[in-house]
Write a protein that binds this ligand. Structure first.
Ligand code: 5AD
Ligand code: SF4
Length: 481
């Protein structure tokens, strides 16, 4: 069974569009931006908004009054793409009433399909990949001159380091900072290396500066984003290199992920640091040591396992075995005994047998994950798995296995939450609870959502909350002095 609240959060991240709120002044043209997919996409939309602002546009949340629609898309699973196609159909009727309306497709699906998009979806005017957002204002002008416009060039350098994202649609307390782009991992199921290009890290000075400005503007939490944050390494820019391959000069000035989080965490003890996503094959003890040294680096690690069986992990090209994954779990528990751990799981990957699936179930129990994002395998065109293996697990078997992992995880989450009853946590107040106006919600360091009666506090405050009760998705508590 799904828990409604967690399901909502998950859908928000994975599928439900996020529309940016209205900003800007004057009579400039308006752009409406809708985002699908991961936090990185959401963060990219804030960069797009900034680029458009610089060029005289303002963002609107009202699709009926806009001049330009950008839909920032995800390609990770087939159903993510279907949702976008459905949405594009809805835009069609808008365009009938407003022939000058410009529709642009951005992000991973744009990069995957390139020019094909214009053939398949006649009403689309612009197709732009994740590394080409600086060209958006020019492309819109081209369309206004009667042409179609495509820019899907991937870059080895682009990190948008100098662009100050326009923070829209957020709560003014918690923000994302993108610290790197692309991915070099080549997991066999994954389309991301093809849609987001080569891995490259962003200049740490600009990251620290962005975090400082957010803190000064009243933000109290930043989440550092990358497809594989543990391999963050700044050495002056350009595509990823291993530390051992740097020149002496580059080594001297280099900054790795452990050093980066330590710098960001030093800004203020009142600024919480989170990060995602970690990769089991790159997560170092050095990072865990730094986390242990800074109480404001949150006790929460998202460590996708995908499968609990070593042979499946090999077919997935994940670069670790079940034992190596468990070694990382033990390291987390050693350095950070109160750390919550979440994961991603795929059911029904190519050739997955009942025994291999049973290994995923047993690993979930062994770790006792606090939370998980769970998916049926969806074959993606041109990935290693599509070229090398048969997508041979029947859909109903994938579905049944998914149901089993979801049911187990709901139970594990409930057990994890029950263990918190009676404990007191420091909670960052984020806003009014959706269900009850008299309550606030916030999260503890472990990333668990807690609701509690309002009393005399405000969003952005830290409060001590004692947990009195829980569901599998939420802790329920009250402020203690
Ligand atoms: N099918 C199903 N799930 C996938 N993911 C990535 N690619 C696929 C796919 N082809 C999942 C992985 C990843 C998460 C972001 O999405 O679990 O960690
Ligand atoms: Fe994000 Fe991956 Fe979807 Fe691209 S394909 S939007 S990187 S989840």
């Amino acid at each position: 069974m799904f828990d409604i609240e967690k399901k909502e959060i998950k859908e928000e991240l994975q599928g439900k569009p996020t529309v940016l709120a209205q900003t800007g002044e004057g009579l400039g043209k308006k752009v409406f931006i809708e985002s699908y997919g991961c936090q990185m996409n959401f963060s990219d939309s804030e960069i797009v908004a900034s680029i458009m602002h610089e060029n005289g546009y303002r963002t609107t949340a009202n699709i009926y009054e806009t001049d330009v629609i950008f839909i920032n898309t995800c390609a990770i699973r087939e159903n993510a793409e279907q949702r976008v196609r459905q949405r594009l159909k809805e835009f069609k009727s808008l365009k009938k009433h407003k022939p000058n309306l410009v529709v642009g497709v951005l992000g991973c699906m744009a990069e995957r399909l390139k020019e094909k998009f214009l053939e398949e979806e006649k009403l689309v005017d612009i197709v732009v990949g994740p590394d080409a957002y600086r060209s958006l204002p020019d492309l819109v002008s081209q369309v206004e001159d009667g042409q179609k416009a495509v820019n899907v060039l991937l870059s080895l350098e682009e990190t948008y380091a100098d662009i100050n994202p326009v923070r829209l649609g957020g709560n003014g307390i918690s923000a994302f900072i993108s610290i790197m782009r692309g991915c070099d991992n080549m997991c066999s199921f994954c389309v991301v290396p093809f849609t987001r290009g080569r891995e490259r890290s962003r200049n740490p000075e600009t990251i620290v500066q962005e975090a400082k400005e957010l803190y000064e503007a009243g933000y109290r939490e930043v989440t550092l984003l990358g497809q594989n944050v543990d391999s963050y390494l700044w050495f002056g820019g350009g595509p990823k290199k291993e530390f051992k391959n740097l020149s002496e000069e580059e080594k001297k000035n280099s900054v790795n992920f452990a050093q980066l989080i330590s710098r960001v965490a030093s800004i203020s003890k009142d600024l919480r640091i989170r990060y995602t996503t970690s990769n089991p094959r790159d997560m170092t003890d050095e990072v865990l040591e730094v986390m242990a040294a800074y109480p404001n680096i949150c006790r929460y690690i998202h460590l996708p396992v995908q499968s609990g069986n070593t042979a499946v992990l090999e077919r997935m090209n994940r670069g670790y075995s079940r034992e190596e994954y468990m070694d990382r779990i033990h390291a987390i528990k050693k350095y950070l005994p109160d750390c919550a751990i979440s994961t991603d799981i795929i059911t029904g990957f190519c050739g997955e047998t009942e025994e291999e699936h049973a290994d995923t179930i047993s690993l979930m129990k062994e770790v006792g994950f606090d939370y998980a994002y769970m998916f049926k395998y969806s074959e993606r065109p041109n990935t290693l798995a599509q070229r090398k293996y048969k997508d041979d697990v029947p859909d109903e078997v994938k579905g049944r296995r998914l149901q089993e992992v979801i049911e187990l995880q709901t139970q594990l989450s409930l057990e994890s939450n029950k263990r918190d009853i009676g404990k007191i946590f420091e909670v960052l107040v984020e806003g009014p609870s959706k269900k009850n106006e008299a309550e606030y919600y916030g999260r503890n360091s472990q990333n668990k959502v807690i609701v509690f009666p309002k009393e005399n506090v405000k969003p952005g405050n830290y409060v001590s909350v004692r947990v009195n009760d829980c569901t599998s998705a939420t802790l329920i508590g009250e402020i203690v002095r």
